[in-house]
Design a protein around this ligand. Structure first.
Ligand SMILES: [Zn+2]
Length: 429
C-alpha cells in the first residue's frame, strides 16, 4: 500500500484518502473512474435559436453523458460569437444555466479580424470559419483572402483557427438531381472532392503561416493522405471526426430519414472503415459529437425532403457510449478512448492546464461509468431539447452513473443536481 496521504485508510483493499474535509466521498465499486469527457464541438444555439437547444438542456444532456465540459460553437446563436460584444451577450445568456463547464469558440467572418485580439483577451477558446455557406445567413463564409487576414492576426497568439472544410469546386455539378426523399440525392450533392479541395487549401495555409489549424468534422477518408503528409512536414494541424461518421453509413439511411442529414454528409461503409483507420493511426486526433439540433419542422419530417432539411445531428449525450461500443472491435482500448475524448479535446480549446486528466492542481472533473453494462436509447432518457436523433432505439455499451464537475456531482443515476454547478471556462495556454 502506498503512503501518499496522511491519514489514509483502506476500505476493501483500495487506498482511500481520509474523508474528513471532503463534501462527498463516493465509492465507485467496480465501476470505472475517468476524467470527465470534453466535447469540444457542440452547437448550443443560445441566445437567438433557443427553441433548437439551450444552455440548460445541452449541459444537462452532456452531464448525463459523462461530459464535464463542452465547447460551444459560435454560430446558430443570434448574435453569432464574432465580436467582443457578441461574446458578452453569449456569456450573459449562459449565466445560471450551466450544468457542466462551457468554453466558447469565436467565429471568423469576412472583415472581423480586428475583433479577434479582444476576444482572445476575454478568453475565447479559438476561432472557427466556414469555407462554404454555413447554413445560416448571419454567419458569412470566408474566402482565401479572408482566411489569410485572420491567420496574420492569429500568428503568435497560440490561438487556433478551425475550418468547416468544404469548398464549392469550380465546374463541379452539385445541383441535387433525383428524388429528394432519397439519401443518395443529398449525398451526391456534397461529393468527397469538396472536402479534399478545402483540406488541401487548409494544409497549405497551415504550413505557410504555422498557425495552429484544425479541421472540424472530417467526413471523407479521401483526405487522410493529405492530412498525414501535412502533419509529417511539421505543420501544426489537428483533425477531428464525429461519432456519426464512425457509427453510421450511407447505405443504411432510410428514405426520408432526415435525422441522418449533416454537412459534410455521412458517406459509405467503406469510407467509415477507412476513417477508423485514420483514428487508429493517429491522423485523426479526436472524436466529438458536433451536436447540432433544430426543431422538428426544420428537419422536414413530414415530407422527408433531404435537400430542404436542416443539416445537423443530435447526439451530445451519447458520445462516450457510442465510441466505446464501436472502438473495441476496431482494435482500440480504454486508453484510446481517453485520448480521443478527453486529452486531445482539452488541448485544442486550451483547457489542458485545468482539465483533461486526473492530477493534483487540476479540476476534479470525473465520470464514473460501467463499461460492460448496456442501455437502450429511448425518448424518455434523452435530455437535449429536441429528441430527434438517428440513434433512437439503439442499444449501446457503457452506462454513465455519475458525472462530477469541479468536485460537485452534477448527475447521478438519472438524476441531476438541480443547482447548476457549471461555469464559463476560458482558454489558458
Ligand atoms: Zn458543427
Amino acid at each position: 500500500m502506498s503512503q501518499l496521504f496522511k491519514g489514509q485508510r483502506v476500505i476493501r483493499g483500495y487506498d482511500v484518502i481520509d474523508p474528513s474535509g471532503f463534501d462527498e466521498v463516493v465509492d465507485a465499486g467496480e465501476e470505472l473512474l475517468m476524467p470527465g469527457v470534453i466535447d469540444c464541438h457542440v452547437h448550443v444555439n443560445d441566445p437567438g435559436r433557443d427553441s433548437w437547444e439551450g444552455f440548460s438542456t445541452a449541459t444537462k444532456a452532456a452531464a448525463a453523458g459523462g461530459i464535464s465540459t463542452i465547447v460551444d460553437m459560435p454560430l446558430n446563436s443570434i448574435p453569432s460569437t464574432t465580436s467582443r460584444d457578441a461574446f458578452n451577450v453569449k456569456l450573459d445568456a449562459a449565466k445560471g444555466q450551466l450544468h457542466v463547464d462551457v468554453g466558447f469558440w469565436g467565429g471568423v467572418v469576412p472583415g472581423n479580424e480586428a475583433e479577434l485580439p479582444g476576444m482572445i483577451e476575454m478568453g475565447i477558446c479559438g476561432f472557427k470559419c466556414f469555407m462554404i455557406h454555413s447554413g445560416v445567413d448571419e454567419f458569412q463564409w470566408t474566402n482565401e483572402a479572408d482566411i489569410r487576414a485572420a491567420l496574420r492576426v492569429l500568428k503568435g497568439t497560440d490561438s487556433v483557427l478551425m475550418f468547416h472544410a468544404e469548398l464549392d469546386v469550380p465546374g463541379l455539378q452539385t445541383e441535387p438531381k433525383g428524388d429528394r426523399v432519397e439519401y443518395k440525392t443529398f449525398l451526391d450533392s456534397r461529393p468527397d472532392v469538396m472536402e479534399v479541395e478545402a483540406i488541401d487549401l487548409v494544409c497549405r495555409l497551415c504550413q505557410e503561416y504555422q498557425v495552429p489549424c484544425h479541421i472540424v468534422h472530417l467526413a471523407t477518408a479521401d483526405a487522410l493522405p493529405l492530412i498525414r503528409k501535412c502533419k509529417q512536414q511539421g505543420a501544426p494541424l489537428t483533425v477531428e471526426t464525429t461519432h456519426h461518421y464512425l457509427t453510421l453509413a450511407a447505405e443504411d439511411v432510410p428514405n426520408g430519414a432526415t435525422q441522418y442529414k449533416c454537412c459534410p454528409p455521412i458517406r459509405s461503409q467503406q469510407n467509415q472503415d477507412d476513417l477508423w483507420g485514420g483514428v487508429l493511426s493517429g491522423d485523426i486526433d479526436m472524436v466529438v459529437s458536433d451536436h447540432s439540433p433544430c426543431t422538428t419542422d426544420l428537419k422536414t419530417q413530414g415530407s422527408g425532403d433531404f435537400i430542404a432539411a436542416w443539416g445537423g445531428i443530435s447526439s451530445v449525450q451519447f458520445g462516450l457510449s457510442l465510441l466505446w461500443t464501436n472502438l473495441k472491435s476496431r482494435g482500440m482500448n480504454i486508453h484510446d478512448l481517453h485520448r480521443l475524448l478527453t486529452t486531445n479535446t482539452a488541448k485544442l480549446p486550451g483547457l489542458s492546464k485545468l482539465k483533461g486528466s486526473i492530477e493534483a492542481g487540476k479540476h476534479a472533473d470525473f465520470v464514473i461509468w460501467a463499461p460492460e453494462s448496456t442501455f437502450k436509447i429511448t425518448e424518455d432518457i434523452i435530455q437535449h431539447k429536441n429528441k430527434l436523433t438517428p440513434y433512437m432505439n439503439r442499444t449501446l455499451n457503457g452506462v454513465i452513473s455519475r458525472t462530477v464537475v469541479r468536485g460537485k456531482t452534477v448527475y447521478h443515476n438519472g438524476k441531476f443536481n438541480e443547482t447548476p454547478q457549471g461555469k464559463a471556462t476560458f482558454r489558458k495556454n
